[in-house]
Design a protein around this ligand. Structure first.
Ligand code: MN3
Length: 208
């Protein structure tokens, strides 16, 4: 018998077709049921002999990789990162929400205008080489655009994600094939800015 299964995939909270036509049903279904579930299963397998770590949240594990035994550190980094990143990603997706509230003003302050922010985010997301993520993070009280390779999380670097985009090919290849910039443009139609405002507020109260 393997150890207790502690990490679980969270409910998606909407239908696989909820983001059509920008993100298609088939991609959402495979992404959630195969890719995300795979990260969860492999994380649980990595933690099977580590009951103390099974008690911890996936976020804790990713924030404290230096405390993870070396033998399973790489697995926790990749599979735990995949779990944490996707759990976050699903929550910032919703059709028809306009950027308003605090985030609208903060993006203008940090980047000059919403368009300038979108341009920087899109450029970095499009030009990131290979698999990874593009992020809007709070870093020491300041908003910043960054990318991470593979399933690395900004949390490991002490930065707090307020918005993020999966740029692994599995996130867009069925519909967009090699046209990552089109996928990024479509993503901007399905960002849940209300949720981003919530993450912004949380990040600010943590930095304060
Ligand atoms: Mn993915």
């Amino acid at each position: 018998m393997i150890g207790m299964v502690k990490q679980e995939i969270p409910a998606l909270g909407y239908a696989y077709n909820a983001l059509e036509p920008y993100i298609d049903r088939e991609t959402m279904k495979i992404h959630y049921t195969k890719h995300h579930q795979g990260y969860v299963d492999k994380l649980n397998a990595a933690l099977a002999d580590h009951e103390d770590l099974q008690e911890r949240s996936a976020q804790y594990l990713i924030k404290n990789l230096d405390k993870i035994p070396e033998r399973i550190r790489e697995a926790v980094r990749n599979q735990g990162g995949g779990h944490v990143n996707h759990t976050f990603f699903w929550t910032v997706l919703k059709k028809g929400v306009k950027p308003s509230g605090a985030i609208a003003g903060e993006l203008k302050d940090a980047f000059g205008s919403f368009e300038a922010f979108k341009e920087e985010f899109s450029r970095k997301a499009a030009s990131h080489f290979g698999s990874g993520w593009a992020w809007l993070v709070m870093d020491g009280g300041r908003l910043q655009v960054m990318t991470t390779p593979n399933q690395d999380s900004p949390l490991t670097l002490g930065k707090v994600p307020v918005m993020g985009l999966d740029v692994w090919e599995h996130a867009y290849y069925l519909k967009y094939q090699n046209r990552r910039p089109e996928y990024i443009e479509a993503f901007f139609k399905v960002i849940d800015w209300d949720r981003v405002n919530y993450y912004l507020e949380n990040a600010k109260s943590r930095a304060a």
